[in-house]
Design a protein around this ligand. Structure first.
Ligand SMILES: Cc1cc2nc3c(=O)[nH]c(=O)nc-3n(C[C@H](O)[C@H](O)[C@H](O)COP(=O)(O)OP(=O)(O)OC[C@H]3O[C@@H](n4cnc5c(N)ncnc54)[C@H](O)[C@@H]3O)c2cc1C
Length: 352
């Protein structure tokens, strides 16, 4: 296969990054976005080594440096305030936290031709290509369709008809607190993890609870729901967050996407559509940008080796998936294992 005209479905992190790469390599494409306007609710994301490398490739690293907050000392404490570990992430190389909306805006500035309010409805085989019928009734042929349509991808079932999205048993509330800059990164306690991500204007705080989303009945006040689940956690920062935040709180389930097939017959899945990893891994957007940086290179070569690309990206996604699992297991240990964990971490024998 040679790169010809490409359809990118979805203008999120993966889709926009792909568009930037195709534009850079002079490959013609259309990029469509189902929604009429982008969601403005943001949360903070960690951009780490793989994302930094991809950002450099995409030409947005300086913007991330400008709008992100550099990684600082990471202190993890228990609910009673005792320190589990405190390390300096700078030893792990360059890294930032950034608001997802901000990252999206940075990417958007480089992509002008997004078609909003349109989706691919049917995709059929055509001579050396794919014939796509769009939701507005128009039909066009493409050489490759890139599905960058997120965790609930509509195109993923075309390649993977079975179940591919799995609940991790965790639910998450996310709040933004302006003018609040704690010096802590996480609080761990058996069924609960609270993660603090610094942003220029304040802190984005995620409250994870080990309870499936479907089994939680919302009371109508998300603030009260968090208070209820975290009532035994007496850490003062929890109280501070709940005192300072308003009711604009996100609540959702933490899911993983595990798909055996990422490419078949000129349809390629990238980003969360291919590999939704838990936010606890801090890797989803990093992978999405790296997928895009990689596919840009692959498609600019005279002979396209999609299998090698997919194989490599699968290895990277698998690593991120394992990080998410490991972090969940470590944080949610009950005594006596948590006592062993705390001793091991504080003695410095734990590569957190
Ligand atoms: C609370 C939380 C914290 C997170 N923290 C981190 C972190 O610290 N670090 C990190 O790297 N990642 C983090 N992530 C994950 C990260 O946000 C995702 O992995 C990343 O946004 C995936 O990008 P994407 O482009 O694949 O999907 P999305 O960004 O979801 O974009 C998909 C786009 O496709 C559009 N779309 C959907 N269906 C269709 C369709 N049928 N046709 C056309 N368009 C469609 C959507 O409207 C959307 O614009 C976090 C996620 C959450 C929820």
């Amino acid at each position: 296969m040679k790169a010809g005209k490409i359809l990118i479905s979805g203008a999120g992190i993966a889709g926009l990054s792909t568009a930037i790469q195709l534009k850079k390599n002079g490959i013609p494409f259309r990029i469509i976005e189902k929604s009429h306007a982008f969601e403005t609710r943001g949360y903070a994301m960690a951009i780490q080594e793989e994302g930094i490398n991809a950002a450099r490739e995409l030409g947005i690293l300086d913007d991330i440096r400008e709008w992100g907050v550099e990684r600082d000392i990471q202190r993890i404490e228990r609910c009673d305030g005792r320190v589990i570990t405190s390390n300096n992430p700078a030893t792990k190389g360059e890294g930032y936290t950034i608001n997802r909306n901000q990252l999206h805006q940075i990417l958007l500035k480089k992509v002008q031709n997004i078609e909003f309010g349109i989706s691919a409805e049917t995709i059929k085989d055509a001579d050396n290509g794919k014939e796509v019928e769009f939701s507005n009734g128009t039909v066009e042929k493409f050489d490759l369709v890139i599905a960058a349509d997120g965790i609930n991808s509509a195109l993923r079932p075309l390649l993977n008809p079975g179940k591919s999205i799995f609940d991790t048993g965790l639910s998450v509330w996310n709040v933004h607190v302006k003018d609040y800059f704690p010096t802590i990164i996480e609080i761990w306690n058996k069924r609960l993890i609270t993660a603090f991500y610094p942003l220029p204007e304040g802190t984005s705080v995620s409250f994870f609870v080990k309870k499936p989303f479907t089994s939680i009945k919302e009371s109508g006040s998300r603030k009260e729901d968090i208070k209820h689940f975290f009532k035994d956690c007496t850490h003062p920062e929890i109280g501070r967050v709940l005192e300072k935040c308003d009711e604009g709180i996100f609540f959702g389930s933490v899911r993983n996407v595990i798909t055996p097939r990422w490419y078949r017959d000129r349809i390629l899945l990238i980003g969360d559509a291919a590999h939704g990893v838990s936010p606890l891994s801090g890797m989803g957007a990093n992978l999405a940008m790296a997928d895009a940086a990689g596919i840009g290179k692959v498609l600019s070569e005279p002979e396209i080796h999609m299998d090698d690309f997919v194989q490599y990206r699968k290895q990277q996604a698998y690593k991120a998936f394992k990080i998410g699992q490991k972090r969940k297991r470590r944080a949610l240990l009950k005594a006596p294992l948590s006592i062993i964990r705390n001793t091991t971490i504080s003695s410095g024998n734990w590569n957190y």
